[in-house]
Structure formats: C-alpha cells, structure tokens
Ligand binder design. Structure first.
Ligand SMILES: [Zn+2]
Length: 246
C-alpha cells in the first residue's frame, strides 16, 4: 500500500476529513466508505492545493454519500439483558431469552441465545453468565483461527504465537513486542471472515511491527482480500463496539 495522510477541507459550516493515498493512477479518485470516512486517491506528486480544490468541488456529493450511510447505520443501544434483545455471535443475530431455573447456563439454539438463571431479574448475574459464555466460545474459536493463520504464515518464518483474550475499549487486537497476540473477546460477535482478518493482521505484526510497505505486502500475500474484510468489519463494528479497525 502507498503512503497515506490525513487532511481536511472546509465546506460551508462542515469539515470534510479525508485520507490521502498516493498512487500511480493518472486521475484523482474519491470514495466514501461505509464508516463515513473519505479516501482520496491521487496521482503521485499531485499538488495539495489542486487536490483540496477537487475535494471541495465534490463536497456536496461526499456529504450526500455520508448521510445515506448514516441513515442505514444501526444504532447502538446499551444492553438491557432482557428477553427479546438482539445479540450477535459470529455475525449472526440471535434473540436473547431469559428463563428462570437451574442449572444456570447459556445455550445457543435455533435463533435464540437462552440464559437459564436462578433469578431472572438479576441483571448482574445474567451479565456474568453471558460474558463467561462468550469468553469461552472466543477462546475456542480464536485457537482454531490462530492455527489457520499460522499455517499461511509459517513459511515466512513466523513463530507460532501465544494469544490471550483481553478486554480492550478501543481495539480489536494488538501484538506486543514480545510476540503475544491480544484479542478482544468482542471479536466473537463479528462475522468469521472479519475475525480471520484481525488475527491475520496482528500475526503479520510478528514479522513487521509497524504499518509499513513490507507489512501490507505480507498481509496482501497471505490474505489478498483483506481490504474487503476490513470494510465489512468497519461496517459491523458500530453495532458491537465503537472501535477503530486495525
Ligand atoms: Zn496493526
């Protein structure tokens, strides 16, 4: 991937922020992404003032695109832990069903995420039970996916990583300097091809620690469609956690 840069232009009372990517193409391209960010692809060495002029000229179109994405974007409401709520598991939607009774536990079956709990008004207990259930599912699923990614990366002399599940407020995953991959348990709520993208991204950091050309070169070799997966993750992310995508 080429170098990128953050810029903005004023249009009336609005500010349009965009990421500038330089490329070998001859013409300038503007795209509005589902997460409402704007990407401008410009020929290498093109004058910054000229670029801003074009972005300003296309501002009405950019704002229209953004507002249409905003309208279709799902709204995040805080969890109530009551029957009928929509919950997600690997990108699919399930209805929460709270049942009073023992033994306590969580099951995923025919469209429902069913929680058996001693006291159905005990929201804290329901929260603990569901969190434990998601965490265990995440642990098993991420183990399989780390192995899957490792098979694709092993020929690049990457050690089999150790991964840990860690709650993070602003990230899906990260990779420590010591080679430990940290994964957000919330990731189990997004589609599997997005889970694979995050794990592959973090595991490529085992070889290249920054987001340089070599890093993206490796990522594109082992996962040629990573940009599509990232786009999808940006799109579903707002429903799960308001996180930035790596
Ligand atoms: Zn990264």
């Amino acid at each position: 991937m080429s170098q990128s840069d953050e810029h903005s232009v004023r249009f009336g009372s609005r500010t349009i922020r965009f990421t500038l990517k330089q490329s070998r193409r001859k013409t300038l391209g503007i795209s509005v992404n589902p997460d409402m960010t704007v990407t401008v692809t410009a020929p290498e060495g093109k004058d910054m003032e000229a670029i801003r002029k074009v972005v300003k000229k296309r501002a009405p179109w950019i704002l229209r695109q953004q507002s249409s994405f905003e309208k279709t974007r799902p709204v995040v409401a805080p969890r109530q832990y009551v029957s009928g709520e929509t919950w997600r598991y690997l990108g699919r939607q399930y209805r929460l069903k709270i049942l009073q009774g023992k033994p306590e536990g969580v099951k995923l079956k025919s469209g429902y995420l069913t929680v058996h709990v001693r006291d159905r008004d005990d929201v804290r207990r329901i929260k603990t039970l569901t969190e434990e259930w998601y965490r265990e599912k995440a642990l098993n699923y991420f183990t399989v996916k780390v192995d899957f990614c490792y098979e694709k990366l092993r020929k690049y002399e990457i050690r089999r990583p150790v991964f840990r599940i860690r709650k993070m407020k602003t990230r899906w995953g990260s990779c420590t300097k010591g080679g430990v991959v940290l994964l957000n348990p919330e990731l189990i709520k997004v589609p599997s091809h997005c889970v694979e993208y995050v794990i592959m991204h973090e595991m490529c950091h085992l070889k290249h620690h920054d987001h340089g050309t070599e890093f993206y070169g490796l990522l594109s070799r082992v996962m040629p469609d990573w940009e599509r997966r990232k786009g999808r993750l940006d799109w579903v992310a707002c429903e799960v956690l308001p996180l930035g995508t790596p």
